[in-house]
Design a protein around this ligand. Sequence first.
Ligand code: NAD
Length: 551
Amino acid sequence: MARRTLARMPSTPGTPAPGPQISVLDPETDPRASYLLSPALTAPLVARILTSHSAGSHRSVAPFTGQPLVDLPLSSTADVERAVDRARDAQRYWTDVPVLERAEVLLRLHDIVLDRQSEVLDLIQAESGKTRASAFEEVGDVAQVCRHYGVRGAAYLAPRRVRGMLPVLTQTRVTLLPVGVVGVIAPWNYPLTLALADVLPALLAGNAVVLKPDPQTTLTALWAAAALEEAGLPEDVLQIVAGGGDVGAALIDEVDHIAFTGSTATGRKIAARAGERLIGATLELGGKNPLYVAADADVEAAATGAVRACFGNTGQLCMSIERLVVHEAVADAFVDSFVAKVKALTMSPAMDYSADVGSLTTPAQLERVETHVDDAIACGARILTGGVHRGDIGPLFYAPTVLDRVPPQALCAQEETFGPVVSVTVVSSDAEAVTVMNETEFGLNASIWTRSVAHGRALARQVRSGTVNINDGYAASWGSVEAPMGGFKSSGLGRRHGREGIEAYTEAQTVAAQLGVGMGLSLDTLFSLPEGRGQAMLTGGLRVLKALRAR
Ligand code: NAD
């Protein structure tokens, strides 16, 4: 399908356009930088890692400065086994704690996270290099999830009566029992949110949890564990093991369910390993998420929303928009406005709310972003703004980048970049937009901008994506915590949030009690009637039940 490109080109092919405004934090002189490296803050947290100190250590580096942040002792395979054993013991009494008492722990955590937000915001920024505003998204999100499951969780878990096999005589109840010990493997991009998003419903359902955060962001997960203990979670119900993929793999071999958030490539390995053991796996994976600006969109609002959707958390968000699909009727107006807004973004390692865009988190991320942009240019793409490493701000800063004319064979046309890079594709109809939106292997999040919500809903039905936001980039669906969130296609298996997000950590048990046995009304009596009379009675009964439209 021939796609149109933009009529006007603000920049020549392959030439980096002027980057955003900057301000620099000097790690040598700024007291905030040295506070973040203070052992007084990190030592009590590190002491929570379950380790026998036999597996060595990992030095994490602060993305803002490139300076060492903390030396983390790693957990060995034997430590993982020990953590799961301890969790298994703790789960036996935790499951007997009434659900409303378990819910109180979440509600207290809600208050702790909000009251002590500056402490955890510092940690999140130190480990991830994100802006204060992106870090606050995590605090707000955890409060939402605590409130939702704290208030609603008991109802999700309540036993329910269902119609039994024989009316009146069969009493059937469905109970949701905890699976036992849940393993959670979390990535680095949302260190607080993604450490807790699955842990909280799993705990509320009566499970114990062993959490393995990413080595880059383990301190934040340890802070979360300390806060949960302060909120009343008994000792050992949540264990933390530290390490990389080998520790994650060892965890899968021990637990009763694995909840994984991370890349699609790793997700496939996790699913295979969980499949070998026949344990449940919930997989929240990558995306290549599109945002469509329809012909009837409010162009200014769409441009403002798209900036946040593309460059929030420096693009290191599974739900980030990486593909802008724009109707030709509004393409020039939208792109002019969007590019101008991107150029006005401020980048800095500020520990206050002054920066719009932060740092990438790891050198591997910087390399991936640079590879994708260089490859796109080599394939003929044009840079409308950005396209440069901003080592003058910090070692891992990269300018927010807008690409046009990205051909289908370019890496960034299909693969997740997971950075501040977005491409623009112009289409001439809604039908073409839907085709473009659906043409990657992913299906995590999509965004549609239109003045008509009905129009947006009609398009949403055609988009193969777990969440679709109308007139918003991603926050509306992510923040609707009563609704399931997850991916179609290669973006995942299972859902988090809402009823689905807690049922995932339970086993449904059906208990059916047959009444009237002593009065000769049992099924055995019926089936033992001679000459098929029991079967004839059942046949009649089935016909009556259908006539009555019984469930
Ligand atoms: P990753 O897959 O490299 O690592 C994620 C976690 O898995 C880390 O804790 C890592 O140590 C562990 N791990 C790595 N190999 C493993 C193995 N073989 N067995 C067990 N554990 C292993 O992903 P990442 O680069 O840290 O995170 C970025 C990715 O996460 C992106 O693709 C992003 O889209 C995705 N993500 C998805 C969601 C979602 O909700 N769908 C949310 C955030 C991030």
